[in-house]
Design a protein around this ligand. Structure first.
Ligand code: BES
Ligand code: ZN
Ligand code: ZN
Length: 483
């Protein structure tokens, strides 16, 4: 999509669609005459996501005006702007329209707002139809018309494009069917992407992982005919500085049947998105390579398929992880933590000084937080602080859950150093504690994205499917890193 900035009086803009924002109860001055009746009847009230398409409005050169409701002005920030622009693009695309000019008045002509608007337009232009014969209409051009000559708007636009395209890349990968996106295919995807943006990419195969002693990761992989892959993407800043090194670790289970502790068949197809954390790391690394933050960043994706084959791990098996700890497997469906355990240990071994993992780890987090907030767990207050700032600025909603020492007791095993499940009560917390045992003393954040990486019901601003959470926050964390 072609994206540009313009600075013109709104009435003179020659565009297929002029996109005007209408705050709740505000009544756009220049439309008051034309829309008097609709305003009076309450048909147009400026409620959030309210869309009204108008034709041939007197006083405007544009052929159409789309009035997009923003809700109450005091609650309208960059996150809401991103969503309403995305919803507007989706609304127009659905009517076969392919371009629009968004009008931002002086108060909204800041780099933050331009950034959010451009991201919204690109995110709204994503369609999960890669494998459909008939494609949806896509937007071809989007212009942001600003007021005044605020500096930094071009840079904001360029950055937004990179980040939103990376998030769409993640959505595309996360939505891919499990027969196509195998661990091997995911590694090939990573290699191709790395080549395109100039990242270093290394893939460890099963033999190498055996040599290294990744008994926990390999236990999950052994039930599948598809070989596992450990994907490592490296970004080094121009300064050449190697520390600090931010490790982004993403769960890459390309399909989770549950293994021998098999899942019920109803809804099992959704478990193709069990690599959404890994896909988010791929997308974030893609943007990071282009935006060049001042800190070294390493992306690590353990990619495996969790199947109940004849060589599959069994409940009762005890395996030795890369860290040396022994793990009693009591439920083969708690596989994400098994692969992440070795990925986190490996991340530390290769020099990561800070770790953030994203994983569709537990159904329990969906019970706790629904589909709105990602569950956040940490062993480090300072890193958490950075993370909460980064995610808030990006409109990715996060909610911290407790990690009292007592929860760790849930993982005590009679036969090994720890067991891989902690029971139903506090299920997301015991899962996080399992990971924490492998992050050990390294500052670490765990994001349980099981409820937020996938949308079951379309929203005005997003179709059903992969959301690309938390790509923007990942990128922002790296971009704003200060020692
Ligand atoms: N991939 C699932 C978690 C999940 C559930 C993601 C729902 C998205 C939506 C994970 O591997 C899993 O199966 N977890 C088990 C853990 C349990 C056996 C302790 C779960 O949550 O039921
Ligand atoms: Zn599972
Ligand atoms: Zn899983």
């Amino acid at each position: 999509m072609n994206i540009s900035l313009s600075r013109q009086p709104a009435s003179e803009i020659d565009s297929a669609v002029l996109l005007l924002l209408e705050a709740e109860g505000a009544r756009t001055e220049s439309l008051k005459g034309h829309l008097q009746a609709a305003y009076d009847s309450g048909e147009i009230a400026g409620k959030a996501m309210e869309m009204t398409l108008l034709y041939g409005v007197p006083g405007y050169r544009a052929a159409r005006i789309l009035l997009a409701g923003t809700g109450k002005r005091e609650r309208f920030g960059t996150a809401e702007l991103r969503n309403v622009v995305s919803a507007a693009v989706r609304h127009l695309k659905g009517r076969k329209l392919k371009s629009a000019t968004l009008v931002l008045d002086a108060g909204y002509s800041t780099p933050e707002h331009v950034n959010a608007a451009v991201e919204g337009a690109i995110l709204g232009n994503f369609e999960p139809d890669a494998l459909k014969t008939e494609k949806a209409t896509l937007f071809e051009s989007f212009t942001v018309n600003v007021t005044g000559d605020n500096p930094g708007l071009d840079a904001a636009l360029a950055q937004a494009r990179i980040v939103a395209e990376a998030q769409n890349f993640t959505r595309e990968v996360a939505g891919e069917p499990p027969n196509q996106l195998t661990p091997t295919a995911m590694a090939a995807r990573a290699r191709k992407m790395a080549g395109e943006v100039g990242l270093d990419c290394e893939v460890l195969d099963q033999d190498r992982m055996k040599q290294l002693g990744m008994g926990s990761l390999l236990a999950v992989a052994q039930g599948s005919a598809e070989p596992p892959a450990l994907i490592i993407l490296r970004y080094t800043p121009e300064s050449g500085r190697k520390t600090p090194n931010l490790g982004l670790v993403g769960k890459g289970v390309t399909f989770d049947t549950g293994g021998i502790s098999i899942k019920p068949s109803e809804g099992m197809e959704k478990m193709k998105f069990d690599m959404a954390g890994g896909a988010a790391v791929l997308g974030a690394m893609r943007a990071i390579a282009q935006l060049k933050p001042p800190i070294a960043v390493t992306g690590i994706i353990p990619a495996v398929e969790n199947m109940p084959g004849s060589r599959a791990m069994r409940p009762g098996d005890i395996v030795r992880a890369l860290s040396g700890k022994t793990i009693e497997i009591l439920n083969t469906d708690a596989e994400g933590r098994l692969i992440l355990a070795d990925a986190l240990t490996y991340a530390k071994q290769i020099g990561c000084t800070h770790l953030v993992d994203a994983a569709t780890l537990t159904g329990a987090i969906v019970v706790a937080l629904g589909h709105l907030n990602t569950g956040v767990f940490t062993n480090d207050a300072a890193l958490l602080d950075r993370w909460m700032h980064a995610s808030q600025a990006q409109g990715d909603r996060m909610w911290q859950l407790p990690m009292d020492d007592e929860y760790k007791e849930l993982l005590k095993s009679v036969n090994a150093d720890l067991q891989n499940i902690g029971g139903r009560a506090g299920g997301s917390i015991s899962a996080a504690w399992f990971l924490r045992e492998f992050a050990d003393g390294t500052p670490w954040i765990h994001l349980d994205i099981a409820g937020t990486a996938w949308l079951d019901d379309a929203k005005p601003w997003m179709p059903k499917g992969a959301t690309g959470v938390p790509v923007r926050s990942f990128v922002h964390l790296a971009m704003n890193w200060k020692d």
